[in-house]
Design a protein around this ligand. Sequence first.
Ligand SMILES: Nc1nc2c(ncn2[C@@H]2O[C@H](COP(=O)(O)OP(=O)(O)OP(=O)(O)O)[C@@H](O)[C@H]2O)c(=O)[nH]1
Ligand SMILES: [Mg+2]
Length: 224
Amino acid sequence: MLVIGDYATGKTSLIKRYTEGCFTPNYKLTIGVDFALKSVPQEGSEDVSLQLWDIAGHERFGCMTRVYYKYAIAAVIVYDMSRPATFDAVLTWLEDLNNKVCLANGERVPVVLVGNKCDSYEGPDVSEKMEAFTRQHGLVGWFPTSAKDNTNVDAAFECLLQNILQVADRQVVNTNDADTVVVQTQNQKDAGRNTGQSTSSNSRKGGNVGSKVDKKKKWLRCQI
Ligand SMILES: Nc1nc2c(ncn2[C@@H]2O[C@H](COP(=O)(O)OP(=O)(O)OP(=O)(O)O)[C@@H](O)[C@H]2O)c(=O)[nH]1
Ligand SMILES: [Mg+2]
Protein backbone atom coordinates (compact mmCIF):
# COMPACT_ATOMS: atom_id res chain seq x y z
CA MET A 1 0.00 0.00 0.00
CA LEU A 2 1.43 3.40 -1.01
CA VAL A 3 1.04 6.54 1.07
CA ILE A 4 1.49 9.60 -1.14
CA GLY A 5 0.71 13.32 -1.11
CA ASP A 6 2.46 16.69 -0.73
CA TYR A 7 5.30 17.23 1.72
CA ALA A 8 4.51 17.72 5.40
CA THR A 9 0.88 16.61 5.04
CA GLY A 10 1.48 13.93 7.68
CA LYS A 11 2.11 10.71 5.72
CA THR A 12 4.88 9.48 7.98
CA SER A 13 2.89 10.51 11.05
CA LEU A 14 -0.20 8.61 9.89
CA ILE A 15 1.86 5.47 9.22
CA LYS A 16 3.57 5.82 12.58
CA ARG A 17 0.24 6.24 14.34
CA TYR A 18 -1.23 3.24 12.52
CA THR A 19 1.73 0.89 12.96
CA GLU A 20 3.26 2.05 16.26
CA GLY A 21 0.39 3.91 17.93
CA CYS A 22 2.39 7.11 18.58
CA PHE A 23 2.86 10.67 17.30
CA THR A 24 5.80 13.08 17.28
CA PRO A 25 5.32 16.80 16.66
CA ASN A 26 8.75 17.30 15.04
CA TYR A 27 8.95 17.38 11.26
CA LYS A 28 11.62 15.12 9.82
CA LEU A 29 11.13 14.97 6.07
CA THR A 30 11.21 11.57 4.41
CA ILE A 31 14.09 11.14 1.98
CA GLY A 32 13.06 9.03 -1.00
CA VAL A 33 11.00 6.25 0.53
CA ASP A 34 10.50 4.48 3.82
CA PHE A 35 8.71 1.23 4.74
CA ALA A 36 6.55 0.02 7.57
CA LEU A 37 4.95 -3.35 8.17
CA LYS A 38 1.82 -4.19 10.07
CA SER A 39 0.20 -7.51 10.72
CA VAL A 40 -3.56 -6.98 10.66
CA PRO A 41 -5.71 -9.69 12.32
CA GLN A 42 -8.70 -10.85 10.26
CA GLU A 43 -11.79 -12.45 11.70
CA GLY A 44 -11.94 -16.12 10.76
CA SER A 45 -8.80 -16.10 8.62
CA GLU A 46 -5.05 -15.56 8.84
CA ASP A 47 -3.52 -12.18 9.62
CA VAL A 48 -2.79 -9.93 6.67
CA SER A 49 0.78 -8.71 6.41
CA LEU A 50 0.48 -5.13 5.25
CA GLN A 51 3.46 -3.36 3.71
CA LEU A 52 3.20 0.43 3.78
CA TRP A 53 5.39 2.49 1.46
CA ASP A 54 5.94 5.98 2.81
CA ILE A 55 6.77 8.09 -0.26
CA ALA A 56 8.56 11.42 0.19
CA GLY A 57 6.27 14.29 -0.74
CA HIS A 58 8.96 16.79 -1.59
CA GLU A 59 9.26 17.53 -5.29
CA ARG A 60 12.97 16.88 -5.36
CA PHE A 61 12.27 13.16 -4.86
CA GLY A 62 9.45 13.01 -7.46
CA CYS A 63 11.58 11.48 -10.22
CA MET A 64 11.79 8.18 -8.33
CA THR A 65 8.08 7.50 -7.88
CA ARG A 66 7.80 5.07 -10.82
CA VAL A 67 10.17 2.68 -9.04
CA TYR A 68 8.33 2.95 -5.75
CA TYR A 69 4.90 2.52 -7.34
CA LYS A 70 5.87 -0.66 -9.16
CA TYR A 71 4.32 -3.25 -6.81
CA ALA A 72 1.50 -1.13 -5.45
CA ILE A 73 -2.00 -2.53 -5.31
CA ALA A 74 -3.59 0.35 -3.37
CA ALA A 75 -2.81 3.90 -2.30
CA VAL A 76 -3.69 6.47 0.32
CA ILE A 77 -3.45 10.05 -0.92
CA VAL A 78 -2.93 12.49 1.94
CA TYR A 79 -3.53 16.23 2.01
CA ASP A 80 -3.42 18.70 4.89
CA MET A 81 -6.89 20.09 5.71
CA SER A 82 -5.33 23.30 6.98
CA ARG A 83 -3.27 23.87 3.76
CA PRO A 84 -5.63 24.10 0.72
CA ALA A 85 -2.72 23.95 -1.76
CA THR A 86 -2.10 20.36 -0.67
CA PHE A 87 -5.68 19.47 -1.67
CA ASP A 88 -5.13 21.15 -5.06
CA ALA A 89 -2.23 18.75 -5.57
CA VAL A 90 -4.36 15.62 -4.96
CA LEU A 91 -5.35 15.23 -8.62
CA THR A 92 -1.72 15.54 -9.70
CA TRP A 93 -0.79 12.71 -7.31
CA LEU A 94 -3.74 10.64 -8.54
CA GLU A 95 -2.84 11.20 -12.18
CA ASP A 96 0.80 10.36 -11.52
CA LEU A 97 -0.26 7.16 -9.78
CA ASN A 98 -2.66 6.10 -12.54
CA ASN A 99 -0.06 6.82 -15.21
CA LYS A 100 2.49 4.60 -13.54
CA VAL A 101 0.66 1.61 -12.10
CA CYS A 102 -2.55 -0.36 -12.53
CA LEU A 103 -3.98 -3.68 -11.38
CA ALA A 104 -3.53 -6.92 -13.32
CA ASN A 105 -6.85 -6.41 -15.09
CA GLY A 106 -5.88 -2.90 -16.21
CA GLU A 107 -8.11 -1.22 -13.63
CA ARG A 108 -6.87 1.64 -11.49
CA VAL A 109 -5.49 0.81 -8.06
CA PRO A 110 -8.00 1.58 -5.29
CA VAL A 111 -7.36 4.91 -3.57
CA VAL A 112 -8.52 6.32 -0.25
CA LEU A 113 -8.29 10.09 0.18
CA VAL A 114 -7.27 11.37 3.59
CA GLY A 115 -7.63 14.97 4.83
CA ASN A 116 -5.11 14.95 7.66
CA LYS A 117 -4.62 17.41 10.54
CA CYS A 118 -8.38 17.75 11.06
CA ASP A 119 -7.47 18.69 14.65
CA SER A 120 -6.16 22.06 13.40
CA TYR A 121 -8.81 22.67 10.72
CA GLU A 122 -11.20 25.51 11.50
CA GLY A 123 -13.02 25.98 8.19
CA PRO A 124 -16.55 24.96 7.16
CA ASP A 125 -17.77 21.36 6.98
CA VAL A 126 -16.44 19.91 3.73
CA SER A 127 -17.91 16.40 4.02
CA GLU A 128 -20.41 16.82 1.17
CA LYS A 129 -17.88 18.43 -1.12
CA MET A 130 -15.35 15.69 -0.41
CA GLU A 131 -17.87 12.89 -0.88
CA ALA A 132 -18.78 14.36 -4.28
CA PHE A 133 -15.08 14.63 -5.15
CA THR A 134 -14.56 11.02 -4.11
CA ARG A 135 -17.41 9.83 -6.32
CA GLN A 136 -16.35 12.00 -9.24
CA HIS A 137 -12.83 10.56 -9.28
CA GLY A 138 -13.71 6.96 -8.48
CA LEU A 139 -11.99 6.89 -5.10
CA VAL A 140 -12.84 4.30 -2.44
CA GLY A 141 -13.54 6.89 0.24
CA TRP A 142 -12.56 10.06 2.08
CA PHE A 143 -11.59 10.39 5.74
CA PRO A 144 -10.80 13.48 7.80
CA THR A 145 -7.95 12.25 10.02
CA SER A 146 -5.62 13.37 12.74
CA ALA A 147 -2.41 11.47 13.33
CA LYS A 148 -2.00 13.71 16.37
CA ASP A 149 -5.34 12.89 18.03
CA ASN A 150 -5.67 9.45 16.46
CA THR A 151 -8.87 10.35 14.63
CA ASN A 152 -10.01 7.97 11.85
CA VAL A 153 -6.48 6.67 11.20
CA ASP A 154 -7.36 2.99 11.65
CA ALA A 155 -10.64 3.55 9.79
CA ALA A 156 -8.93 4.97 6.69
CA PHE A 157 -6.33 2.20 6.40
CA GLU A 158 -8.88 -0.49 7.27
CA CYS A 159 -11.30 0.78 4.60
CA LEU A 160 -8.63 0.43 1.93
CA LEU A 161 -7.47 -2.94 3.23
CA GLN A 162 -11.00 -4.36 3.15
CA ASN A 163 -11.41 -3.06 -0.39
CA ILE A 164 -8.21 -4.89 -1.45
CA LEU A 165 -9.33 -8.10 0.25
CA GLN A 166 -12.75 -7.99 -1.37
CA VAL A 167 -11.17 -7.57 -4.80
CA ALA A 168 -8.75 -10.44 -4.08
CA ASP A 169 -11.57 -12.71 -2.79
CA ARG A 170 -13.55 -12.18 -5.97
CA GLN A 171 -10.60 -12.60 -8.27
CA VAL A 172 -8.16 -15.18 -6.88
CA VAL A 173 -7.76 -18.43 -8.82
CA ASN A 174 -5.14 -21.12 -8.41
CA THR A 175 -2.24 -21.69 -10.79
CA ASN A 176 -0.01 -24.72 -11.23
CA ASP A 177 2.58 -22.99 -9.07
CA ALA A 178 1.94 -24.20 -5.52
CA ASP A 179 3.01 -20.91 -3.95
CA THR A 180 1.18 -18.42 -6.09
CA VAL A 181 -2.32 -17.60 -7.13
CA VAL A 182 -3.26 -15.08 -9.78
CA VAL A 183 -5.69 -12.26 -9.31
CA GLN A 184 -8.21 -12.11 -12.15
CA THR A 185 -11.38 -10.29 -12.93
CA GLN A 186 -14.55 -12.21 -13.69
CA ASN A 187 -14.17 -11.15 -17.35
CA GLN A 188 -10.70 -12.63 -17.50
CA LYS A 189 -11.91 -15.86 -15.89
CA ASP A 190 -14.75 -16.05 -18.42
CA ALA A 191 -12.34 -15.39 -21.29
CA GLY A 192 -10.07 -18.20 -20.04
CA ARG A 193 -13.04 -20.57 -19.78
CA ASN A 194 -14.25 -19.72 -23.28
CA THR A 195 -10.87 -20.30 -24.89
CA GLY A 196 -9.85 -23.11 -22.58
CA GLN A 197 -6.66 -21.17 -21.87
CA SER A 198 -5.12 -20.14 -18.60
CA THR A 199 -5.19 -16.38 -18.04
CA SER A 200 -2.41 -16.39 -15.49
CA SER A 201 -1.00 -13.23 -17.02
CA ASN A 202 -2.33 -10.71 -19.45
CA SER A 203 -0.83 -8.10 -21.70
CA ARG A 204 -1.49 -4.47 -22.27
CA LYS A 205 0.24 -1.70 -24.09
CA GLY A 206 3.55 -1.10 -22.37
CA GLY A 207 4.22 -4.56 -20.98
CA ASN A 208 2.98 -7.67 -19.28
CA VAL A 209 0.83 -7.34 -16.25
CA GLY A 210 0.34 -10.05 -13.68
CA SER A 211 -0.84 -9.79 -10.12
CA LYS A 212 -0.07 -12.62 -7.74
CA VAL A 213 -0.81 -13.59 -4.20
CA ASP A 214 2.08 -15.37 -2.57
CA LYS A 215 0.33 -17.95 -0.41
CA LYS A 216 3.26 -18.17 2.00
CA LYS A 217 3.72 -14.46 2.42
CA LYS A 218 0.02 -13.70 2.02
CA TRP A 219 0.99 -10.70 -0.03
CA LEU A 220 -0.47 -9.45 -3.28
CA ARG A 221 2.03 -8.59 -5.97
CA CYS A 222 1.44 -6.55 -9.12
CA GLN A 223 3.99 -6.60 -11.90
CA ILE A 224 4.18 -3.82 -14.51
N1 LIG B 1 -1.59 19.11 14.14
C1 LIG B 1 -1.21 18.03 13.46
N2 LIG B 1 0.05 17.93 13.02
C2 LIG B 1 0.40 16.82 12.33
C3 LIG B 1 -0.50 15.78 12.07
N3 LIG B 1 0.13 14.84 11.36
C4 LIG B 1 1.38 15.28 11.18
N4 LIG B 1 1.56 16.47 11.76
C5 LIG B 1 2.78 17.27 11.79
O1 LIG B 1 3.06 17.69 10.46
C6 LIG B 1 4.46 17.69 10.19
C7 LIG B 1 4.76 16.85 8.99
O2 LIG B 1 4.44 15.49 9.27
P1 LIG B 1 5.11 14.27 8.48
O3 LIG B 1 4.38 13.07 8.90
O4 LIG B 1 6.58 14.28 8.65
O5 LIG B 1 4.77 14.68 6.98
P2 LIG B 1 5.09 13.89 5.62
O6 LIG B 1 3.87 13.97 4.79
O7 LIG B 1 5.62 12.55 5.92
O8 LIG B 1 6.22 14.80 4.96
P3 LIG B 1 7.32 14.36 3.85
O9 LIG B 1 8.06 13.20 4.40
O10 LIG B 1 8.20 15.56 3.68
O11 LIG B 1 6.60 14.06 2.58
C8 LIG B 1 5.13 17.17 11.49
O12 LIG B 1 5.56 18.28 12.24
C9 LIG B 1 4.02 16.43 12.20
O13 LIG B 1 4.17 16.41 13.60
C10 LIG B 1 -1.84 15.90 12.57
O14 LIG B 1 -2.72 15.06 12.41
N5 LIG B 1 -2.12 17.06 13.26
MG1 LIG C 1 7.44 11.68 5.60
